[in-house]
Ligand binder design. Sequence first.
Ligand code: HEM
Length: 607
Amino acid sequence: MVSLKLPPGIVFLARLLLLTSVYPVFFFSVVGLVDRFSGIAIPTWLVCLVSAVIIPIIAIVRVYIRRWRINRAAARLGAILPPTWRGKRIGNVDTVAEMLESRKSGYTADWFDKMVPKLGHTFLNTFLGEIGFLSCDPAVIKVVLATEFHNWEKGPLFGEQMHSVLGTGIFNADGELWKWHRAMTRPFFSKDRISHFELFDRHTEDVLSKMDERFRTGYAVDFQDIIHRFTIDSATEFLFGSCVHSLRSTIPYPHNDPKYTLPSSTEANRADAFATAFARAQEVIVERSLMGPFWPLFELFRDKSAPYMKVVDEYLDPILKEAVAKKEARLRDGRHLGEKEAEGLDDDETLLDNLVKYTSDPVVLHDEVLNILIAGRDTTAATLTFAVYFLCMHPHVLERLRAEVLEQVGPRQQPTYEDVKAMRYLRAVINETLRLYPPVPLDTRYSINEGLLPNPDPMGKPFYVPPKTRMIYSVFSMHRRPEYWGPDAQEFDPDRFLDERVSKYLTPNPFIFLPFNAGPRICLGQQFAYNEMSFFLIRLLQHYSSMELVPEAFPPGSLPPKEWAKEPGRKGFERFWPMTHLTMYAKGGMWVRMTEAKDSENEQGML
Ligand code: HEM
């Protein structure tokens, strides 16, 4: 059967036409009736004029009625609305254009951070009459994610915007469907499973030997590229029991080297095409989310994510088919699953093995797998990329961390779960990286019913939230505000997670640090991620004693523009260009060179 999939824009317009045609049809009917029963002929020009303006007028009237109702509801609850941003153009279209532009050519959350000094930590923005909240206030985020969790969901609009990429997987699900996903996935993140360090070790060895090969011949390496290969190989093996072996293919050469254009193997092409398409598809859905309910108008004749998802699916489908085939073979062999067996988990069972017990539906399998892959791959790779950046920029931190590695684990031994737990400075370095570059910098929720949010002014009235209203919260901005972290909030200083600043800032207000979200939807892979990142960094520092950025290897246009030097905060001195689709990444990669540790250095480090 051929399935006819209409572009989102056409579906949107058809729906809009259906809804709005009610008014002109009603008007024409009234004109016809007046003409027929009273004999008063309404002039054609008037009929045409009214038909042309009736829809915009009704739209404007509805916006004003909604605002009036909101103000009345706020007053009824003794609340107010937070300060509102007013753009220069009707409907605030200039603001959305500015946000889109800033996403492409600015620094992460630029627009947001520009607003905070003018409007406060929680404010309102409107787009074509639609109200949206924005906040970087930990008290507000706490209400949304934890205390009033039942009143905040991802929502139908988010679901629609993300559907062509995330389907109905865990990230895009609410209510009972979300609970099902969560219950299904949670057992895979038990302590035993997430401490399978042999798996990380094999892939780490691959990374180190590939990097050695390049460094020994004088080349810089794009650490962001190679670490994405590491996390996808580890994630596919852990989750599906079938590694995609992206580390087996050739890693890229710098843009200014003749080998840059060397044709890569078919395998490399497939892995690279998958990674690029995966990133592009995520960019499409983030742009959709900035355009609010009107996003389909920008995809009138085609679903912009479709060509990228075709490449992604070509990569995933064979893995899924193999898992279903394995299950069918088991059933053919007469190994039926009893109820108990279906519920329990074997030690070597993967997430996919467990999933296929419940369903062979290719769509459910596809969505679940893709969601966990996005969750597990890009976030961890981003954190390790930024951690290496900070180690390049702060040699004294690298030196201190190496000393801890050598003292706790030694120069060659494989780290254990206990080692990772004992290494406080390592955890502080990872946390400080997550503070300055949280891989999910901005997130969003929708209110279900009306509600109240705290006003930072203790004497002020609470903020009123209407039902079905969007909240964008910026963890990125919150993590850098001096009000919450102290005057040096923009500086990279892992000690803030170890010294008196912990009891001054973090202990009394734990919601100021939310790289993994909070409340019932807190990241399921948090401990897995800490283990994987810690393991990798230990191995990296056992192997290399120093590292540096190689600016000349970054592709043209991927280093921060010179004019940023005048800007305040990290934007003014950062040496790479942070960008965001669903998660953060470095534009053009993170080109580095590292020096292998000599045995004598390792021995000295252990003294
Ligand atoms: C540094 C690494 C990571 C960071 C910073 C991170 C961050 C986050 C954040 C912020 C969310 C909430 C998203 C939302 O609700 O809108 C989330 C959810 C989630 N994460 Fe992670 N994550 C990381 C690693 C991982 C890993 C390695 C896995 C699995 C292999 C994973 C699995 C999940 C899942 C399944 C959810 C959905 C939870 C739900 O909606 O109930 N994460 N993560």
